[in-house]
Design a binder for this molecule. Structure first.
Ligand code: SF4
Length: 471
């Protein structure tokens, strides 16, 4: 499910230059720099690319001036993304003019759509590589070093990069993403992912468990299992055993009770009771589900090809709360999808009232080139109407978030310390199982990043819980 994945981006990273660090910047003659945009999946892919480049003798650098190879890992979900990428490429090109021999490459979701423009028309780049073709990077770099423009945007039905151990970039050393599958077989009409990332394929479960074990051994204490639609994870082992997402969750949970597990993203049509019971069974599987609803109206859901109804979604939420009464719940909402009426918008608000999400990623609909909606439907809800509906959705969600966080005052949560709080290095920050950020004073306790601690909540904003350590 691209939705959340792509929003996380917007919240955290959009437009932000992101480059990996070099563990030992002087250990390599050649250096690469990657700027990543978009979803968690894209950031995770950059770590795979970093691993492939390391094997080829390239060290990572944060400093553009040091780089022989500059990549931008692109996302095509937001409207302004293309312009952002073009601006960055133009800046890189200027640098290249003063530094002959430097190579510029475009990776990721925009590669296919914009290869002709970037390579031939605007001559901004030397290398264009799609999300399933990163293994071909060494050969493409060699060709590009010889002066050729190179491109590989082929999608694959098999590639999962299962055997590649990602190089963790800009990591806090506590939390890490682990890709468990790639691509998507759903055809939500507003979404470009099935076209940019291809068909769904699941990674071998043993390689996933091994990666999580390795992260744990290196001190990481939380993994987020990533996929566009994790609930449809499915792998058959060499001995014929069928591994569903529930089984995979259990296998990862058994790595260590000290390793927390999260996952993203779930599809309402696919999340099973098995998954919910497995979550409830293991304390280290976090009780938090991101369940994108997109709309509260069944006709609009059909128009979006979401393949569930309003009633189905409400029943899923009820089931989650029956099995895990304290489970954190968040969602994605799109306002003003093609043909949405005022009454249908009211259905969305009404569904939000019933579900009381802790948090939501909310956007007004914007048509993306290449999607089914762009080909089939007219984007006919006026911008001012979309905007006003979005405001109503945001206002309601803010109210629910405030209430949800306020309800936690007086409760005590087990928090995994992720690092200093943004505002003060006298405070720690970390998350509770429901994925809420908790900030609290370090006091005189001898604690470190990666430790678990009980925190009693004294006060709250609509996005942060503030408390103190209790024994
Ligand atoms: S097609 Fe639907 S389920 Fe698949 S990534 Fe896009 S929004 Fe998510």
């Amino acid at each position: 499910m691209a939705d959340i994945l792509h929003k996380v981006i917007e919240e955290n990273r959009q437009g932000e230059a992101y480059a990996p660090f070099a563990e030992d910047p002087n250990a390599y003659n050649k250096k690469f720099y990657i700027e990543s945009y978009g979803c968690q999946m894209n950031f995770s892919d950059s770590e795979i690319v970093a691993s492939i480049l390391h094997e080829e003798g390239f060290g990572a650098t944060r400093n553009l001036d040091d780089a022989n190879l500059v990549f931008i890992n692109t996302c095509s979900i937001r409207e302004k993304a293309e312009q952002t990428v073009r601006n960055r490429l133009q800046a890189f090109k200027k640098m290249k003019d003063e530094k002959p021999g430097m190579l510029i490459g475009v990776l990721g979701c925009m590669a296919e759509r914009l290869k002709a423009k970037f390579l031939e028309e605007e001559k901004l780049v030397d290398i264009v590589v799609g999300p399933d073709a990163y293994r071909s990077l060494p050969a493409l770099i060699t060709e590009a070093e010889g002066g050729q423009k190179t491109v590989n945007v082929l999608l694959s039905r098999e590639e999962t990069y299962a055997d590649i151990s990602p190089v963790r970039l800009d990591s806090n050393g506590v939390t890490a993403f682990v890709s468990i599958m790639r691509g998507c077989n759903n055809m939500c009409t507003f979404c470009v992912v099935p076209f940019t990332r291809g068909r769904e394929r699941s990674r071998d479960n043993l390689s996933i468990v091994a990666e999580c074990q390795d992260l744990f051994n290196r001190g990481f204490r939380e993994v987020t299992l990533l996929g566009q639609n994790v609930d449809s994870y499915y792998h058959t082992t060499a001995s014929g055993e069928e591994i569903t997402f529930a089984k995979l969750l259990e296998q990862v949970a058994l790595v260590s009770p000290l390793l927390r597990i999260r996952f993203s993203t779930s599809h309402p049509k696919d999340i099973t009771d098995d998954v919910l019971h497995t979550m409830a069974k293991y304390e280290n599987i976090c009780e938090y589900i991101h369940l994108p609803v997109q709309s509260g109206n069944t006709r609009i859901l059909q128009h979006m090809n979401r393949t569930y109804t309003r009633e189905w979604y409400l029943a899923k939420v009820k089931r989650i709360r029956e099995i895990m009464p304290d489970c954190g719940l968040s969602t994605d909402v799109i306002s003003g999808f093609c043909t949405e009426t005022e009454a249908e918008h009211q259905d969305t608000l009404n569904l939000m009232e019933q579900c009381r999400f802790d948090m939501a990623y909310m956007f007004s609909y914007s048509e993306r080139p290449g999607t089914l909606a762009a080909r089939r439907y007219e984007d006919d809800v006026p911008e001012d109407v979309k905007k006003r509906r979005l405001e109503e959705i945001i206002n309601l969600q803010n109210k629910h978030s405030r209430e949800s966080y306020k309800n936690d005052i007086g409760k005590t949560f087990k928090v995994l310390i992720e690092g200093d709080s943004k505002r003060s290095d006298a405070d720690w920050c970390g998350r509770n199982t429901q994925n809420k950020m908790v900030v609290f004073p370090k006091g005189n306790y001898q604690l470190n990043k990666g430790d678990y601690v009980n925190v009693k909540i004294n006060t709250a904003t609509s996005a942060t819980l503030i408390g103190e350590i209790v024994e």
